[in-house]
Design a protein around this ligand. Structure first.
Ligand SMILES: Nc1ncnc2c1ncn2[C@@H]1O[C@H](COP(=O)(O)OP(=O)(O)OP(=O)(O)O)[C@@H](O)[C@H]1O
Length: 593
């Protein structure tokens, strides 16, 4: 005989009455269930225990099962961000149905969440959503143009493309409209904070965002100081923030920078977009304790790094890049230089074997690195800003460029004259950046300037990292308005309001010249660059003249005497003379019809 609990026990003389009552209750319950669920409940009658016992036992089991089911369904529901719903009590089948229903709702809610974080589903050029183009790119979030962007008259888009001198070369002809306003950018409110002080996306941002959100590889070439960091940073954060919690684990994106200071700056800019979205960004670079950096890596989604240190971490197993599907080479031409090429190769081979989205951003894109870059990419879209469709070397046109052809022994006295001229009276605290070619030269010039009574700091490779950071910080915060640097400070550094750049010694390449002077005239401001040029650099005169002419700057007579020959840059891996890929297809400006 089945064992009864004391709650179930029914006195024998009451058993008839109890059976009748149980039958009545059972009928009532069946009716109730039918009314709420449309299902006919099935009794799990247990003849041994008698109707009361069966009923009581059955109810207890069902409600337990039901609670379990409902809890599970509710959890799913909540996970998808849907409002919780109470589900009516029912029998086993009804509960199963409720579970199915809740799960369906949960799925629907999840789809809705995914959709609302994107723009409304209207594509610009024909209405259909365009698929991610590089095959399995898992970063592709199904970009859809915002309805309002798609509804803009074509003439408005054409005017934007023409005014910003935007050229897009897409082997897959996806033809996305540029995101001309932040309101057309499909990201959550939380990720918009960094745009608060900006009126509109910069041209490189407007042009690249749609393709990057669609999962495409990109080469983005735009002048110095034109907002390339957020051009690659925003889609990176958007991709990671859109992943399910479980899928988010591990490093998903890797951003490579040629210098430590630039790596830190990229991290600082990205954090502003990433932190509100719950995405963790970490920086690793040489010259600092490895142990400290290892400790910061826990829970990281995006690693910003210089190649040497990152490669060390990968080789020793401290960093796992196998989940990296978003790979950025900032200052890409520098990263592909022979000095970094091997590290880059190793790092890229440690990233996800399929579905990687690879991005290269730079202000200068010499033909010597273009073929090499293509080996890491899949049908990249090439976006060029400026009257520069074929990626010719171009300086920022808002910078006044002055070239003084001089002699070595006259340089120091002239430098002091210039410093007095540009740091006097109300301009006493204007920031001036002085570039030298060699570390020893930078030390000598810094000491010389200091002896002449100027408040000056230095940054170059002979200084330890702590000192480099301190100098840069003092220059940024204005406590030291004069900085003497080598080319470690030439690329990418975004220092507010540098008024003048002075090149005491011309750099080794004209590309480096463009980057050096690009420390002024940033984010739409004006700037000035003054360059000493001597016989020793005559091989670079032709390249320099081209840059001056392209930016409508005067070419001094004395410079012309060196002739206009453009010395081709050698490449250790490809011989003394690079393969001039002048036959690269000319980019066609895209028209949207
Ligand atoms: N849409 C925008 N409107 C105005 N300013 C912006 C916008 N986006 C970025 N900026 C600002 O422009 C400055 C330069 O940006 P960033 O450092 O990304 O330039 P860059 O193109 O990478 O330059 P470089 O080629 O020298 O590395 C930064 O101070 C950044 O905050």
């Amino acid at each position: 005989m089945a064992k009864r609990s004391h709650e179930d026990a029914v006195p024998l003389d009451e058993s008839k009455e109890a059976r009748r009552e149980a039958k009545r209750l059972k009928k009532e319950k069946a009716k109730q269930a039918e009314a709420t669920t449309g299902e006919i409940p099935v009794s799990n009658g247990d003849s041994n225990g008698g109707p009361v016992e069966v009923e009581a036992k059955g109810q207890a089991e069902l409600s337990k099962e039901e609670r379990k089911v409902l809890k599970r369904a509710k959890k799913e529901h909540e996970k998808a961000g849907a409002a919780t719903e109470s589900v009516a009590a029912a029998t086993g089948d009804a509960a199963a149905k409720a579970e199915r229903k809740a799960l369906k709702q949960a799925e629907k809610a999840a789809r809705k969440v995914a959709e609302t974080s994107q723009a409304p589903a209207v594509a610009a050029t024909g209405g259909a959503e365009k698929p991610a183009a590089n095959g399995s790119a898992s970063t592709a979030s199904g970009y859809r143009e915002d309805a309002a962007l798609a509804a803009l008259p074509q003439s408005e888009i054409d005017a934007f493309v023409a005014e910003k001198q935007l050229a897009i070369e897409d082997p897959q002809k996806q033809l996305y409209r540029p995101i001309t306003s932040f309101k057309y950018l499909p990201v959550d409110e939380a990720q918009r904070a960094p745009f608060a002080g900006f009126s509109a996306p910069t041209p490189i941002q407007a042009a690249c965002w749609p393709y990057l959100l669609a999962g495409r590889d990109i080469v983005g070439v735009a002048e110095t100081g034109s907002g390339k960091t957020l051009a690659f940073g925003v889609p990176c954060v958007r991709y990671i923030a859109g992943l399910e919690k479980n899928a988010r684990k591990g490093i998903k994106a890797c951003i490579m920078s040629p210098t430590r200071e630039l790596a830190c700056q990229i991290r600082d800019q990205l954090v502003k977009v990433a932190e509100p979205a719950g995405v963790k960004v970490t920086v690793v670079y040489g010259g600092r304790s490895k142990d400290e950096q290892r400790a910061t890596l826990r829970g990281t989604h995006v690693v910003v790094a210089t190649p040497g240190r990152l490669n060390d971490f990968v080789q020793e197993g401290s960093i796992d890049l196998s989940g990296v599907v978003y790979m950025v080479l900032d200052e890409a031409d520098r990263m592909l230089d022979t000095g970094f090429e091997q590290d880059i190769r190793k790092i890229i081979s440690a990233t996800a074997p399929t579905g990687r989205q690879t991005l290269m951003f730079t202000a200068t894109w010499p033909p010597s690195v273009r073929d090499l870059a293509d080996t890491f990419m899949k049908q990249p879209v090439k976006v060029t800003i400026g009257d520069n469709a074929s990626g010719e070397l171009r300086a920022n046109v808002r910078i006044v460029q002055e070239v003084e052809v001089t002699e070595q022994h006259l340089k120091q006295a002239r430098l002091i004259e210039l410093l007095k001229q540009y740091q006097s009276g109300k301009n006493k605290n204007d920031r001036i950046l002085v570039f030298c070619l060699y570390k020893k030269e930078a030390t000598r010039i810094e000491e010389f300037i200091h002896r002449r009574g100027f408040n000056v700091a230095g940054i170059h490779g002979d200084l330890n990292q702590q000192k480099r950071i301190e100098s840069l910080e003092a220059f940024k915060n204005g406590s030291v308005p004069l900085l003497v640097a080598t080319d470690v400070a030439a690329r990418g550094l975004d220092i507010p309001a540098v008024k003048v750049v002075i090149n005491v010694t011309f750099p080794l390449t004209v590309e480096d010249y463009v980057h050096r002077i690009g420390r002024t005239g940033r984010a739409g401001q004006d700037g000035r660059a003054i360059t000493f040029f001597t016989d020793a650099e005559k091989g670079l005169a032709g390249g320099l003249m081209n840059v001056l002419k392209a930016a409508n700057q005067p070419v001094p007579e004395e410079l012309m005497k060196y002739g206009t020959t453009v010395k081709k840059k050698g490449h250790d891996a490809y011989g003394a003379f690079y393969k001039d890929t002048g036959d690269m297809k000319k980019a066609t400006k895209i028209t949207f019809d």
